[in-house]
Design a protein around this ligand. Sequence first.
Ligand code: B12
Ligand code: SF4
Length: 530
Amino acid sequence: MPGTLAGAPGTLAGAPGILAGAPGIQSAAPPYFPERTTLKILFIYPDMVSPDPSWSGYYYEGIATLSAAAKAAGHDCELLHVHHDLPEEDIVSWIRVNQAETGKTLIAFSATTNQYPYVRRWAPALKQHFDFPTLVGGMHPTLSAEDAIATPGIDMICKGDGEVPLALLATALDEGRTPKDVPGIWWRDSTGEVQKGPPAPLANLNEQPRPDWEIYHHFSRLMVIREQVGILMGSRGCPYDCAYCCNIALIETSKDQGKFVRFKDVPRFIDEILEYQACHPQIQGFFFEDDIFGVSKRWLKEFAPLYKERVGKPFGCNMRPNLVDDWMVDTLAAAGCVRVHMAIEAGNEEIRNAILNRRLSNEKLVESFLKFKRKGIQVMSYNIVGSPHETPAAVLDTIKLNAEIDPDFIQHSIFYPYEGTPLYDLVTKEGLWAKDRVVTDYFRDTALEQASITRDQVLMFQEHFKSLVKHYKRLERLPGGARRLAERATDRFLVWSGAPRLMSIVKRRAEKRDRRDRRDQAAAAMEVAC
Ligand code: B12
Ligand code: SF4
């Protein structure tokens, strides 16, 4: 049901949830639980990716792997998966109703940068009502630790992989100790000073228990899973250095902690997949969410035949176009790969290579996509709109390259600069941040204000991306001269500064016409029925 807290054992009905008269924010000073106790870890995951009312959230392996590690260390875990924007009072009410008899709870938020504004909103409200300690981990605290530990209502953060830190922290709190010396944990001592634990070790994927899928009570209703596709990861990390991606920053923050790109041993991973199948027999296939599946050819060579033999279900994965050759395509196809996601990001070579640091030519991109298509494997392209210095003409290059490749699926989102990446530094240095704009949704707004492209133009291209790809594709069918003429006219219109306004007027009219048609049809149906 839209807007509810999926998986919540209780309901919100009748819960108190009134903020008025609440005491001020309590400053929690460790040890939080001076007496030995049984601690419950309550994960709160803000997952507001889509405004679609049927959106019931996305399976995120981070929570499942943390829960597995904490449970293995003897701690109790629960998840509050918030997939629609709820007021703070509702979160407070839910905790009051569902955690009332639990007593000792560690509130554990997980957040990427775009999810973090929800933590900023909810953490102070929770602190006003409960004396539970609060912790936040995930991509944002890992890369923007100083910002995270300064968040009102947050007592502790986890910087880096959380499996080892969370289990040790929960044990320390259980035993009435402070978080002192727990790796990866930053916390405030009784004087309010920030204490920093030693760096968190990179999780050893072969020593971890399998992810705790069961922590998602509403597992089968999650996006992708409800289409009967299971999500798993065989590795973590990526060796490339694309200028917008967090991997370049993660490599830096985890240096001296061992090998950054890590793989589950193939037989162990196959066992995990088989266990997944046994737990969820309705699953018809898998998507492997590794940054690049088969970034190690040696690993893929071992995985492919074993997967075919022991699992034998169709699967999809992410791939990097520069790694695509005949061997790669044949190996994936033989293993049962039916779908590959690859990034175009920018169709303009200057933006793609000089700004995004992809180091890929148009020729190689097109060839890689076509190799999969010829083999009958579906392809999806990832695209970014509104990168630094991108112009409307450069966005058109992305749209036209998609028209040329003609992927089966297209994903396009708006550029956002993440701390620790070279493009965050560039945006900051060149003063490209839009003032007072909080961007929580990478589909609907840009965080930049730049001379090369206006906000309205970014939003127009984002909104009409797929239909423009279709439009340019249709133009390809026209005879040479007519095609060039039509293409030039469309280009001219779309780079014109008045285009966003005109497009939105046309769209509003079309919507009005659609509404009127629907009303007329309903009236006609009523007449027939009468
Ligand atoms: C699956 C995925 C998604 C999923 C789930 C989102 C999520 N929560 O990660 C969906 C599809 C929703 C998604 C969407 C997007 N994603 Co995404 N996604 C990923 C991906 C490929 C894998 C994440 C994963 O499962 N990792 C495996 C787990 C085990 O690792 P982990 O997330 O790092 O978690 C560990 C630690 O962070 C820590 N931890 C995490 N939470 C907590 C909580 C506590 C209490 C503790 C103690 C520790 C802790 O412990 C975990 C285990 O070691 C990552 C790439 C990557 N390499 O991680 C990108 C990534 C997270 N996505 C990213 C981005 C940019 C996006 C999008 C903007 C889309 C886009 N344009 O690319 C949207 C925005 C989503 C949003 N609203 O913020 C960036 C995030 C950058 C940032 N600074 O926030 C990443 C890092 C990609 C990248 N390399 O740049 N994404
Ligand atoms: S190849 Fe993909 S995952 Fe790897 S650094 Fe580049 S964008 Fe990130």
